[in-house]
Write a protein that binds this ligand. Sequence first.
Ligand code: ZN
Length: 155
Amino acid sequence: MTANYQVKRFPNLVEQMSNEDIRELENRLRKDYVKVDFEMGSSNGFLGCGESLVEVIERDKKTLLELGLTYKGIATTLGMGISLGKTRGFNQSCPWGDNYPSDNSMMVYKDPKTGLSMVYSFLMPHLIGTHHFFEGDTPYRIGPRDFARVIGKIK
Ligand SMILES: [Zn+2]
């Protein structure tokens, strides 16, 4: 199913967005947006109800710096995960409205050193690497600390 209107494309990073862009994108990231656009929205949302996109991104940026990790490094590692196959009957597009290939697969990455693994959506490496977004308070969030634990950087 494809949206029959022009999808607005947002700048990659919140630092490049106007306040209006941020409000619009936040709206697209909420759970209810799936009723407006099935492909662009997510039934679980990318952001919790009362959460601010800027606050979530700022908080994760601080954590990332504390842990000595980088967006690119995490995105590259998660990109090496393997697909668990398609889980839902539609393709999930990037909410930023860029032309990142849409998919709905879940992925799994198992760390060779710790033996720990994490499961995440196909979009996750792209959201982290390109948009510096780990998702908000949602079931699919993989935060910097979750990642650091799996790779054995923290306990
Ligand atoms: Zn994107």
